[in-house]
Write a protein that binds this ligand. Structure first.
Ligand code: NAD
Ligand code: IPM
Ligand code: MN
Length: 369
């Protein structure tokens, strides 16, 4: 197994270090290479990623573990776009898989819900939509200024993400456990976005006919936001476009205890895929050693599952759940641990060795190899 690691900026560096610590405790034969791409590298060299880097990752690595990208010194976030959106686009990682799974009752912010009610998976289209990068501005700075952002939807793009969602739903353990048909819900705004939304609506129900074992449902994206809070237990698999998926996945993060806990994968089966927490670089926390590393650690779990070790992913989930149950958390979850101590707590709960071979890296440095 060859793993590329791109910690990035801010707390991405700190939380990725803890994910690597957990990986080190797993006794796997794994080669790790850390790449320094982020704001520092961009400001120093003028390049976000070296020429040919994405092809190199696809060729030489089985998966990528990423931290977060974004830094106040690069106000337009140019490097973050090039790295993160570049990875998604160049590696054609069309499925952004964002589980919304609460690991303990105490982290669920809803009055009438328990952890078992918050267990669904969001499939966010990850290569098109409002993230096309296309558009133009006319008359900049004048009273008549007009900005056009092109939201691009293709039949191929919608079809493959819908298929991925249904394929996943067929084996979704929640539905299997409950002994009922898995539910796949698609959210769009075809009442307003008649072209792109209309395409989503048509294609989703076409794809649905080829998955008769699944129940299908449609909600407008605004109504889905409401449903996620009103009755999250009714959801199994949700599929939506890039921008709605971005917004709804932060809501999903809140349902499972906050951004510090939410994992994700940018996936294309059979290709080098990228795993990262849902959260950003949190400049307000960076350098303080208090960011929650659980989202990064759970993303590592997703990475291991993607590489065929679902058993290890489940071990990671259980270890994080045990830490939460014991109050061994950072302050966003009400605990008192530092980022590093929270990582140690997960390692201790894994039931494995604590020796990581990585040591405890000094604050602000890149994770050890
Ligand atoms: P953010 O996710 O960084 O932070 C939002 C809020 O959540 C902040 O209050 C932060 O303190 C808190 N938070 C986030 N992660 C946390 C953690 N692990 N533990 C505890 N609290 C946590 O979003 P933002 O503030 O909107 O963006 C900051 C920068 O990150 C921007 O440059 C943005 O573009 C970028 N960003 C990057 C990614 C990514 O790389 N995947 C994702 C989102 C935002
Ligand atoms: C995410 C982030 C990114 C996105 C930003 C940093 C470009 O918010 O991964 O959720 O919008 O996709
Ligand atoms: Mn986001």
């Amino acid at each position: 197994m060859r793993l590329a690691v791109v910690p990035g900026d801010g707390i991405g560096v700190e939380t990725t270090r803890e994910a690597l610590k957990v990986l080190g405790a797993m006794e796997l034969e794994i080669g790790i290479e850390v790449f320094p791409w982020g704001a520092d590298h961009f400001l120093k060299t003028g390049e976000a990623v070296p020429e040919g880097a994405f092809d190199m990752l696809a060729r030489d690595f089985d998966a990528v573990l990423a931290g977060a990208f974004g830094d106040p010194r690069v106000p337009d976030g140019r490097h973050a776009d090039e790295i993160l959106l570049g990875l998604r686009r160049h590696l054609d990682l069309f499925a952004n898989v964002r589980p919304v799974r609460a690991l303990h009752d105490s982290v669920v912010p809803l009055r009438n819900a328990r952890a078992s009610d918050v267990d669904f998976v969001l499939f966010r289209e990850n290569t098109e939509g409002a993230y096309s990068g296309r558009g133009r501005v006319a008359g900049e700075g004048t009273p008549d200024e007009e900005a056009i952002e092109e939201d691009v939807t293709t039949r191929r793009g919608v079809e493959r993400i819908c298929r991925a969602a249904f394929t996943f739903a067929e084996v979704f353990d929640k539905a299997l456990r409950l002994g009922r048909r898995p539910r796949v819900l698609m959210a769009d705004k075809h009442n307003v976005q008649k072209r792109g939304g209309g395409l989503w609506h048509r294609v989703f129900f076409e794809v649905a006919t080829t998955f008769p074992s699944c129940e299908t449902r449609h909600l407008f994206a605004d109504a889905l936001a409401h449903e996620m809070v009103r009755d999250p237990a009714s959801l199994d698999v949700v599929v939506t476009n890039n921008l709605f998926g971005d917004v709804l996945s932060d809501l999903g993060a809140a349902l499972q205890g906050g951004l510090g806990l939410a994992p994700s994968g940018n996936v294309h089966a059979g290709r080098t895929s990228v795993f990262e927490p849902v959260h950003g670089s949190a400049p307000d926390l960076a350098g303080k050693g208090i960011a929650n590393p659980f989202g990064s650690i759970r993303s590592l779990g997703m990475l291991l599952a993607h590489l065929g070790r679902a058993d290890l992913a489940e071990r990671v989930e259980r270890a994080v759940a045990a830490c939460i149950a014991a109050g061994e958390t950072t302050r966003d979850l009400g605990g008192r641990l530092s980022t590093s101590d929270a990582g140690d707590a997960v390692v201790a709960r894994l039931g494995g060795r604590t020796a990581t071979g990585l040591g405890r890296a000094p604050r602000g440095s890149a994770p050890a190899r």
